[in-house]
Design a protein around this ligand. Structure first.
Ligand code: NAD
Length: 490
């Protein structure tokens, strides 16, 4: 395991098609950066049209032959567990690659290793617990069988903020469902996903059951648009989500879309300042604020707003911004200079409309794409509707609980909400009214309230909810089979 980004060696990128690793043919002329220093790291590569076509043809053949779909539940579960065991060994390297390429600190990428390796065992357990089959009473003392059957070749598209963990969640469930699966990693942080292909290869999954092709949105779009791809699971931004939804609508192809958020954090008048300020700081710094569930709007009771915001800046002044690969850093840099410029531009638009920016976290002397977590005060809620995928939040004040709820619900998104307050009943009452997939009271970690709870999205945050069981079910169509007779005419 490396101690600083200068010690990380990225391996050459490889496609994995029909059981073989091969170098992607297309040079994109776009470079990954070491976000800690701004130095060029590795050129983005993409699969050629021939390679994309071959990967789809192989996935289709595997599906037509039924070789993967017809494996027994136990056989499939054991193969998934074997992949999880290989990933456990590769996890330290994956954490290095992910911290290096995304700028997310190693304390977080290391912790997310529990998903990278653990998703496979979870999927295996669900298979053994009968997730793909149940029975209901049918007519004439017969049974109605309810089968969950794989749709066919599945495509998984992942973003750059936690690519290996998101890929492991999607791919393990697609394979558990019985779908031959193609992963297209993010072009901005593809290296951890490449290690996932290595683990699958070492675990000995049959050829063509899993494949990986590199490239940008253009490669993703070619895969989505092919009629042989029967289901698409996408995590990413609004623009990509809309394009994929439109394309999938053409053939009624199931699409699971987990998109962005502009997440409200409501601070009740009775909130414990220390606890709530810690929560706000976590929600601005975890994954460097480049997190779909990060703080978007800080909605504070007007009687405490000034003092509370000061308190938040007290906590943020202690945050150690530093090299993302070092275990000593609390927060790292933005993923690349283009993204840093984008979020600065989005913040400037708020400032141009009368907002005032405040931050207190010292910047390290490293160069790179560092940006101190920032709150912008004084904007109209009408101007803070959209996701800024970075550590920037807008502060709005309220008088009544109803106003707090209206501000929380005043964006087109609906992913996550947070409420901090000592009176838990009152905080829960506010939380129940926030229109989004999950609301946490007095909490702000990256972990869901329960491993088996669904992770739904409302509004522009997506549709076809994900979750431990939900994602497995997404990759399956349902088939009901049973005997109705004896038939008597008339
Ligand atoms: P992105 O949409 O640019 O890309 C995501 C992936 O999809 C990449 O692999 C990309 O190459 C591919 N892609 C993009 N457009 C495509 C298209 N039209 N057709 C096919 N493939 C396409 O997203 P990003 O910039 O990598 O990630 C940031 C976004 O992801 C943010 O909006 C964030 O909120 C969201 N996100 C959501 C969740 C969630 O759980 N809801 C989790 C993480 C990130």
């Amino acid at each position: 395991m490396a101690n600083t980004s200068s010690e990380v060696q990225l391996k050459p990128l490889m496609d994995y098609i029909d059981g073989e690793f091969r170098r992607p043919e297309i040079h994109r002329g776009i470079w990954l950066e070491n976000p800690n220093t701004g130095e060029r790291a590795q050129e983005q590569l993409a699969a050629s049209d021939d390679s994309i076509g071959r990967a789809i043809a192989v996935a289709d053949q595997v599906h037509q032959a039924g070789t993967w779909a017809n494996t027994s539940i136990e056989e499939r579960a054991q193969m998934l567990e074997a992949v999880g065991a290989e990933l456990q060994k590769l996890n330290p390297d994956i954490a290095d690659y992910e911290s290096y390429t995304t700028g997310v600190v190693k304390r977080m990428t290391g912790m997310l290793g529990f998903i990278v390796a653990g998703a496979w065992g979870l999927a295996a357990n669900m298979l053994r617990n009968g997730a793909l089959y149940r029975e209901l009473p049918g007519p004439n003392n017969h049974t109605a069988e309810i089968h969950s059957k794989p749709w066919g070749p599945a495509l998984c598209l992942v973003p750059w903020n936690a690519p290996a963990a998101l890929a492991a969640h999607k791919v393990s469930n697609a394979l558990a469902a019985g779908c031959p699966t193609i992963l297209k990693p993010t072009e901005w942080a593809p290296n951890g996903c490449n290690a996932l292909a290595e683990a699958i290869h070492r675990a000995g999954l049959p050829k063509g059951v899993f494949q990986l092709v590199h490239g940008g949105p253009d490669v993703g779009a070619k895969l989505v648009g092919d009629t042989r791809i029967r289901a698409v699971s996408f995590t990413g931004g609004l623009q990509g989500g809309r394009a994929i939804a439109a394309e999938c609508a053409r053939d009624f192809k199931p699409a699971q879309l987990e998109l962005g958020g502009n997440n409200p954090v409501v601070i009740m008048e009775d909130a414990d300042f220390d606890e709530a300020a810690q929560g706000v700081a976590m929600l601005m710094t975890q994954l460097n604020g480049q997190w779909c569930r990060a703080l978007g709007r800080l909605i504070v009771h007007e009687n405490i707003a000034d003092k509370f915001v000061d308190h938040v800046f007290g906590v943020l002044s202690q945050v150690k911004l530093g090299d993302s690969v070092s275990m000593a850093s609390d927060m790292g840099p933005m993923i690349h200079s283009g993204h840093l410029a984008k979020i600065k531009g989005q913040m400037q638009a708020w400032l141009d409309k009368g907002g005032v920016a405040r931050s207190s976290t010292p910047l390290p002397d490293l160069g790179g794409n560092f940006f101190a977590p920032t709150l912008v005060l004084g904007c109209s809620p009408a101007d803070t509707q959209h996701e800024i995928f970075g550590p920037i939040g807008a502060v709005h004040t309220y008088k009544t609980d109803a106003e707090a709820v209206a501000l929380a619900n005043g964006t087109p998104y609906g992913l996550e909400g947070y409420v901090f307050g000592k009176d838990e009943d009152r905080a829960m009452k506010v939380g129940r009214q926030i229109r989004c997939g999950e609301v946490k009271i007095n909490g702000g970690t990256v972990i869901s309230l329960n491993l088996m709870a669904p992770r739904p999205s409302w509004g522009w945050s997506g549709f076809a909810e994900e979750g431990t069981l939900e994602t497995l079910k997404f990759f399956c169509g349902t088939r009901v089979v049973g005997i109705e007779g004896p038939m008597k005419f008339g």
